[in-house]
Design a protein around this ligand. Structure first.
Ligand SMILES: CC(C)(COP(=O)(O)OP(=O)(O)OC[C@H]1O[C@@H](n2cnc3c(N)ncnc32)[C@H](O)[C@@H]1OP(=O)(O)O)[C@@H](O)C(=O)NCCC(=O)NCCS
Length: 171
């Protein structure tokens, strides 16, 4: 399987915030943003793997800034590391400022997607070769985050999480 670069599957989504997507404070409802991030991430993982993907876990979400009604929201989803059948995808959310033509980072999230065949069985994905400094940094931390997610899901014993043991216990 031919390795791929993150830029080959990067996925962008630009959309605005409509009244039906807001909470009582007229800001974007968190669940709506999760769904938008899930869609963009799923497309990026699908482009990288060339297969159907399913969301295996949402490892981290930070709702740092409220997103008001009428805002133009840019979502950027990039595969940060590919394992055997799973892929970590970093999702960055930006708010466009129409008046100044600038944008600010509002939120980010880290999802895990698994490539599956037509019967829903996990299937192999190509290796990911990071290029930029940020891609290399995210790639380096991805195994640690995978192990943490597996431990929290009860799919890995803490004693087997080598990256976490190195981080917390200096082993
Ligand atoms: C995700 C799914 C395919 C995993 O199947 P499984 O039988 O547990 O398969 P495995 O244990 O072999 O795991 C497959 C990969 O997913 C990874 N994985 C599974 N659960 C994970 C979790 N909670 N966090 C991080 N990675 C996880 C495994 O580490 C493995 O990765 P690797 O092959 O790259 O090493 C299966 O649980 C599933 O279909 N879930 C439903 C997905 C879905 O419908 N999502 C939408 C929710 S509405």
């Amino acid at each position: 399987m031919q390795p791929k670069k993150p830029s080959e599957s990067i996925t962008y989504n630009t959309d605005m915030v409509l009244p039906s997507e807001t909470n009582a404070l007229n800001n974007l409802f968190g669940g709506e943003l999760l769904a938008r991030m899930d869609r963009a991430g799923s497309i990026a993982a699908g482009r990288h793997s060339g297969n159907v993907t399913v969301t295996a876990s949402v490892n981290h979400v930070a709702f740092k800034k409220a997103i008001p009604i009428g805002s133009v929201v840019d979502i950027e989803a990039k595969v940060s590391r590919a394992f055997t059948t799973s892929m970590e995808v970093y999702i960055d959310v930006w708010l466009q400022d129409r008046a100044h033509g600038t944008r600010t980072r509002a939120n980010h999230a880290i999802y895990t997607f698994v490539a599956v065949d037509e019967t829903g069985r996990p299937t192999k994905v190509p290796e990911l070769i990071p290029e930029t400094d940020l891609e290399k940094e995210r790639f380096a931390g991805a195994l640690r985050r995978k192990q943490l997610s597996l431990v929290l899901a009860g799919k890995m014993k803490a004693k087997d999480a080598t990256e976490l043991r190195a981080l917390f216990m200096g082993e």
